[in-house]
Ligand binder design. Structure first.
Ligand SMILES: *Cc1c(COP(=O)(O)O)cnc(C)c1O
Length: 476
């Protein structure tokens, strides 16, 4: 496919920019550009065809089954988009006077109340732009808390090895030393190792729950008790709350801080770099440290922004990705308390349905009931037939399905992590199961063929290492 720059033809361009409705200002010579901006010149038709062409070459939730474990590629109701495109939400400016955006402030406050009810926390900030960003902000709260008590020796954050990879990264960025503890044979936190790891240098624990194996830690109450007992705080990675929302609340399990990915759990289109939102919730005793711009009731009536007394400061410009918050509130209000709970039940039911059906052919890494996702290990298939998780992923693409997450979590060899999500029907899952089984038969009959996959996608196998090491991000 040609790039826009290659299609460009002198004279095809027409300015689509509306005439300014404010007086034009002239830039000083120093500030203005010496040579014209080399933008491609294209007609609207050419531009439309280019992007439609690109769209046809990608795979999205509207194309088919997309069981990308941990990423939750569930259906995002169009109604959310309608709400986010209302002029009163979309056409505002962050510096507008508060009294002109009362409805928007109300959206933030209502979403905060809903998330508090769902998570068992007392306050939220919506500044963080994504999950990992939320983790960073959340861990900074832990840091500010210990500092405020003059407890300087708490420099370590404990992270179990079944945590999401962003957990140790965020803790490190916040200036902590990460103490990694291995999982027990059942995939849950090894309680004895946790007991040995905690001490008066423990700032806290970051727990991904359900963990990256798709398991709900059965010892969760004991875990939070051990950490609190040592004087540390408990951080809940709730990026993916799909399995527990409406059913169990981290705030009731002994957690002090949580982040939630609105773009995974509360339905916002994501992938391809679209905006996300990783609100951070905390218990009352940490409220004072939250980032700037909390929505509060003003003395004279109405809502406004206020900065918490001992705020950790700003982690993002203005108030975060507000339109993602609008989508989340739309989703929460559409489903209602009962609908949220049903969504969780179906997310877990769907994952267990697929897990059980696939376990005839593929080995499930850790047995027993899973939550919203589960992990297969193809190590034995690789040993016997030389077919890897990557080969199977490519064969799935050939069969019109997006592959699951591959080679994650790192503690499982030849991993495929499957999350069907609650919005898929039994028929769709049955089709996907049939594809997985057909591929398994092909592996047995003709393993070499699997290395050739995919055959009919716009591109076949790419050099992923070269793409990561030497990305070509510029045309010239
Ligand atoms: C996706 C995810 C994250 C990171 O969220 P981003 O929005 O991608 O930064 C963190 N933890 C878990 C468990 C996740 O699934």
């Amino acid at each position: 496919m040609k790039l826009l720059f290659e299609i460009s033809k002198e004279g095809h361009g027409n300015s689509l920019l509306a005439k300014p409705d404010v007086p034009e200002a002239t830039l000083s010579e120093k500030a203005s550009r010496g040579i014209p901006l080399p933008l491609p010149q294209l007609s609207e038709t050419e531009l439309g065809r280019h992007y439609t062409g690109l769209m046809k070459r990608t795979f999205g939730v509207n194309d088919g089954f997309y069981p990308l474990g941990s990423c939750t590629m569930k259906y995002n109701p169009r109604l959310n988009e309608d709400m986010a495109s209302l002029a009163g939400f979309g056409n505002i400016h962050p510096l507008q006077p508060e009294h002109t955006v009362q409805g928007c402030l109300e959206v933030i406050r209502e979403t905060e109340q809903a998330l508090c009810e769902i998570s068992g926390m007392d306050a939220f900030t919506f500044q963080p732009a994504a999950g990992a960003h939320g983790e960073f902000a959340g861990v900074m709260l832990v840091k500010a808390y210990h500092k405020s008590r003059g407890d300087a020796k708490r420099t370590k954050i404990i992270v179990p090895d079944a945590a999401h990879g962003t957990n140790p990264a965020s803790a490190t960025m916040a200036g902590f030393t990460v103490v990694n503890i291995p999982s027990a044979a059942d995939g849950c936190v090894d309680i004895e190792r946790l007991r040995q790891a905690v001490g008066d240098d423990t700032a806290g624990l970051m727990l991904t729950n359900p963990n990256t194996l798709g398991l709900f830690d059965k010892n969760i109450l004991e875990i939070t008790k051990i950490v609190h007992g040592a004087g540390g705080l408990n951080y809940y990675d709730g990026a993916n709350l799909n399995a527990i929302m409406g059913i169990a609340r981290p705030g009731d399990m002994g957690f002090d801080v949580i982040h939630i990915n609105l773009h995974k759990t509360f339905s916002t289109p994501h992938g391809g770099g679209g905006p996300g939102s990783g609100p951070v919730g905390c218990k009352d005793f940490l409220r004072d440290f939250l980032p700037v711009y909390q929505v509060v009731e003003k003395d004279g009536g109405g809502l406004g922004f206020a900065n918490p007394d001992r705020t950790i400061g700003s982690v993002k410009a203005f108030y975060g990705h507000f339109l993602v918050v609008v989508r989340a509130l739309t989703y929460i209000k559409t489903l209602g308390a009962e609908g949220i709970r049903r969504a969780a039940i179906h997310a877990v039911l769907n994952a267990n349905y697929m897990r059980t059906k696939l376990s005839d052919c593929y080995e499930v890494a850790y047995g027993g009931l899973c939550m919203h996702e589960f992990v297969l290990t193809l190590q034995k298939i690789k040993d016997r037939w030389g077919v890897s998780a990557l080969d199977v992923a490519k064969a799935l693409l050939e069969n019109g399905m997006h592959p699951p997450t591959m080679y994650f979590p790192l503690i499982v060899h030849e991993a495929l992590m499957i999350e069907p999500t609650e919005t898929e029907s039994k028929e769709t899952m049955d089709e996907a199961i049939a594809v997985f089984k057909k591929i398994y038969k092909e592996i047995e009959a003709n393993p070499e063929k699997l290395h050739e996959m995919p055959l009919s996608t716009p591109v076949r196998r790419l050099d992923e290492v070269a793409a990561a090491r030497n990305p070509r991000l510029r045309y010239v």
